[in-house]
Write a protein that binds this ligand. Sequence first.
Ligand code: ATP
Ligand code: MG
Length: 260
Amino acid sequence: MISNGKSVAGIDIGSRTTKAVIWDGSAVLGKTLIPTGWSPEKSAQKAFDEVKGTTQIDLVERIVVTGYGRATASFADKAITEITAHARGVSYLLPGTRTLIDIGGQDSKAIMIDEEGLVFDFAMNDRCAAGSGKFLEFLAMTMDLPVADFAELAFASTDPVQISSICTVFAESEVLSLLAEGVRKENIANGVHRSIAQRVAQMAKSLHPQAPGAFSGGVARNRCMVRELSAVLGFEMQVPEMPEYAGALGAAIIALEGIV
Ligand SMILES: Nc1ncnc2c1ncn2[C@@H]1O[C@H](COP(=O)(O)OP(=O)(O)OP(=O)(O)O)[C@@H](O)[C@H]1O
Ligand SMILES: [Mg+2]
């Protein structure tokens, strides 16, 4: 990609975290991640100011926003969907990706990409916490663990217990009963991860997912989720570097295309 020495920004205002990157066509010059909090517009502005402050850039030529809060960022030049943004970002980081799964704090998406890197189909679950990072956080809390420790505990198990409740609240009671029965913690934690992977795979099934696969969003940092998702889909899910920034990078790539 040609930059002509110009720098642009991509901002992904997610339901949980706001990510901003500055991009010049060949390198990410700066990146920032902050909690979105109650005002998506304020966090977008803050993330932009912060990331710009970490670089030596005087002028950011264009700003493209994405994510659930994108409509609030009036200072941006353009807004694009998360589907487009994640697909662009991941296709840059992992060229050739055909099936992309994005799991964030609040929703999950399956995105199908063709040979040219264009999105041709997608499915998403934004109705229920059960297929998202929130479900993991909630059940980690039930087991009195930070989510990263919960993921590591789960990764140590190869014998996941079946968690049948789809609803977060019922899943909590199910986990508490299993703990009371003396089932090993790591097998319960692994079962929670397996159940999310199965739900996401179910959502993706009608799209006929195929390799090569990739996994983006903050939950892609969870290596038990990567393992379980790969197992239920039947092919390996690659995780790009900085998976939580894939949407912001995709927005920045599209921002630069608008000026060069
Ligand atoms: N190291 C990690 N291990 C496990 N989970 C992680 C880790 N880092 C982030 N997460 C999880 O990632 C989620 C946030 O991801 P992300 O920033 O992609 O969400 P978002 O874009 O704000 O949400 P959405 O796309 O649903 O609107 C949280 O649920 C968080 O617990
Ligand atoms: Mg997101």
